[in-house]
Write a protein that binds this ligand. Structure first.
Ligand code: SF4
Length: 280
């Protein structure tokens, strides 16, 4: 059986950086915490917990120690609270997310009404929006943007995982709404690149394995796009979930993983598939 691993499977730049910073912080003495899970991988969160890193819902109970800021960031209020409490801050916010936050802040300081293209309930968007100092709207699509009122100066910023088409359609609606528009292309292509590679792979194999947290939106989306092209697609979190029966009659198996899946989980899956093959 030929096993083909997608080139860009697993950690993106921002998640890799955040995870490294979290493990380094965990290695140091003292109490260490994260606000919400550091990344959407229960296995990484468990490993950190074993090293003493606790996950908090908010900072209300915390008066001392180190707080690690997750890759998709937190709100300006939460950051301010950590500063006021004089907590040690390890800011692992992905630099691309940070850029979006900074654009929102500077646009609103310059008198622009800010339009954020994204999913209003996503913590990254909640964080980005919180940096606005004036009026701010979140829209999920061009249709939603069409319902916005007329504004003077409009600044557009996107959630990093949005599609370019969606940003374009919101911008196109905003053109009719204001006298001046500034657009910041804050989309990161890590998700789109993984999806394109996965689609290519799903077309040429007999079975697809997608590895990543069940709570990871980008992994779930990867599994969906693969399922559309390859009915024998299986979304798993760990190697233990692999079933020998999935590989019966399979010549080529494709493997990919979400942007929050660590390399060691991918390696374990590859090793187990090889074991199945050898014992056939
Ligand atoms: S997907 Fe992009 S923006 Fe999000 S953490 Fe990864 S590199 Fe950063």
């Amino acid at each position: 059986m030929e096993i083909i691993l997608a080139k860009r499977a697993g950690f993106c730049f921002g998640v890799k950086r955040a995870t490294q910073m979290a493990f380094e912080a965990a290695d140091k003495a003292g109490d260490t915490f994260t606000l919400g899970p550091i990344i959407h991988s229960p296995q990484v969160v468990n490993k950190l917990e074993q090293m003493g890193v606790k996950v908090l819902k908010d900072l209300s109970t915390l008066d001392q120690g180190t707080i690690i800021i997750r890759s998709h960031g937190v709100t300006s209020g939460e950051l301010e609270e950590a500063v006021q409490k004089e907590l040690e801050i390890v800011d692992a916010t992905c630099p691309f997310v940070k850029k979006a936050q900074e654009h929102v802040e500077s646009l609103s300081q310059a008198g622009y009404t800010v339009v954020v293209v994204g999913d209003a309930d996503h913590p990254e968007v909640e964080g980005i929006v919180s940096f606005a100092r004036g009026k701010v709207y979140v829209v999920g699509s061009g249709e939603e943007a069409a319902k916005l009122p007329r504004m003077g100066k409009i600044g557009v910023v996107a959630q990093t995982t949005q599609s370019f088409e969606n940003l374009r359609s919101v911008v196109s609606e905003c053109l009719a709404k204001g006298s001046e528009i500034r657009i910041f292309h804050t989309i990161c292509d890590a998700t789109a690149v993984r999806q394109e590679e996965a689609k290519e792979l799903a077309k040429r194999v007999d079975c697809m394995i997608v590895i990543g947290g069940y709570n990871s939106a980008n992994t779930k989306r990867l599994a969906e796009v693969c399922s559309e092209l390859q009915t024998r697609t299986h979304h798993i979190e760990t190697a233990q979930e692999l079933d020998r029966a999935w590989f019966v009659g399979v010549d080529k198996v494709g493997v990919t993983a979400g942007a929050s899946t660590p390399k060691w989980l991918i390696d374990e899956v590859l090793a187990r598939i090889r074991q199945f093959d050898q014992h056939d």
